[in-house]
Design a protein. Sequence first.
Length: 484
Amino acid sequence: MRDLAPEDPAAIGPYRLTGSLGEGGMGKVYLAQSRGRRRVAVKVVRPEIAADPGFRERFRREVEAARAVGGFWTAPIVDADPDAATPWVASDYIAAPNLAERVNEYGPYDEDELLSLTVGLAEALETIHRVGLVHRDLKPSNILATDDGPRVIDFGISKAVQGLTTLTDTGLIIGSPGFMSPEQASGGPVGPSSDIFSLGAVLVFAATGKGPFDAESIPAMLYRVVHDTPSLSGVPEGLQDVLAACLEKAAERRPTPGKLLDRFNGASLLAPTRPMQRGEATTATSPAQTTPGATPAADARVSHPTWGNFEGGKIFIAIGLLMSAGIILYHLLSGDDGLWESLVVPVLFSFIPGASLCLWAARHPRETIIEVTGQGLNYVHLHWNWQGLWEEIQSVTLAPFRYPEIDRTYWEVKATWGENWNPADQVPKPFRVKGHSRAARILVSFTGAAMARAELTRLDVALRHHAAGKYNPDPALIALLHAS
């Protein structure tokens, strides 16, 4: 970050500028602060681009689409003003080096780190493409290498797929030589598969420290992008075929983000700045290996025994305590002998049956179950059952939960709905959230850190896969999964 120059404005919209983050083809990017001291990155569009007759309307549509991009692997758009004298867009500021800086400082990624980077970026592109956007400039400097995974930034030069209009009058080149697709380099139509080509080039850079089409000049580099076979020397063998497919010259032969996620489903989804410790995650079966009737690879079913169904025993014991208290009080006041003989009745008819019921419940636990599938969430606790469909669920969280009176950590899976949820679909009592009529939750706990990490990894992988855009991992969960 650099200090503001004398010609830089003091504020953009409601945001006070505090520094300059850089300059790109679309304009300058500033670090700014809201009145509530939230830090954001504000991109200000170049005046010559803003002067284009159709730009503001295209920009407005693009910002609306970008606001809908959810998921964990992007920096969300928080504000914009297409009608300002100089249009601008603000996104969350993430304090982290970009991928180019990270590779230059620490060297290329190893295979585990590269797998983490691949699935994170594939999921980011999946969420971007889902709302009709194409990034068009995916490159190392537009990817932040945070402690808990990559973040794709700078949607300022992406365009809605529908209604494409070129900006030829401005002389703006959209894309970066060496990372743009052949169709982009040759001025052809650009779609989501163009981002996959750029993804392949980015991953080669992360693996080797060099691009697959490096050359001494930009024209030579563009020629290589369009005509030459990519250089994959130094890429781990397990990834060479995947990156070669991403770098196919024919757009239709490249995999989709979903296909990439299917290929590496169950691979490390953790931080690309530290290799994942072996044994931290459960490797799932790929679709090609799944047998008929088997559970899909990204589905998860996590359960734990429930030792809490002691209500009958508690009632018997409570009756026994009341009877005993009454008998003791009577003998103290009356002075009668035979106190111990009188206590035989509550012992025989209350304490013994109550203790027996509690012992039986402890030796015959029922399961509390969470299921994450392609359809939605399923909760089971004792004889209660609840199911929520992804099409109805607005958001889902997986976070630690502690009862103040119990020295034990539970993990809560909570689903919430928007205002239009039909309250006629009642949530069973064990899954209700106090004070929240549009939510359902379930608690599970695990024996030991190793089991907790393994089971929570399975849940995390399944939620990332099935609830993309609705699920954001809790920081405490990320910290646990990263612990060695």
